[in-house]
Design a protein around this ligand. Structure first.
Ligand SMILES: [Zn+2]
Length: 119
């Protein structure tokens, strides 16, 4: 397994996720390293949209849902990068005993922390 290549893949994905997060979320002041969905910016709104009842709440809910998803992926990538540093990459420890994660699973998802049996 070429760890340099994996590290590069993960780092690229991390940068991409952080860029996507900056579109829909802001840093969470109460949770360092965390994010919260952006409140819709009224000044940016099309006046017709603002009149629509519940639109604001809808935008916020959508931002929050996207943020949660991106944040979860970011957490997994950070875990995988940590594992690479600690020479624990590609190891599943579910079920009590360390065993390798299938190579094809890691290829499909370089941030996987569990094998196919423990997905
Ligand atoms: Zn496993």
């Amino acid at each position: 397994m070429n760890t340099d290549e994996i590290k590069q893949k993960l780092t690229e994905e991390k940068a991409l996720l952080e860029r996507e997060l900056s579109d829909v979320a802001v840093a969470d002041s109460e949770n360092p390293g965390g994010y919260v969905g952006k409140e819709p910016d009224m000044n940016d709104e099309n006046p017709a949209d603002v009149l629509e009842e519940g639109h604001e709440q809808e935008v916020f809910s959508r931002n929050q849902a996207i943020t949660n998803d991106l944040e979860m992926r970011l957490v997994n990538i950070n875990k995988a990068l940590d594992a690479l540093e600690n020479h624990r990459y590609g190891v599943c420890n579910k079920g009590g005993e360390d065993h390798p994660i299938e190579e094809d699973r890691l290829e499909a998802n370089p941030a996987a922390t569990t094998c196919k049996d423990h997905m």
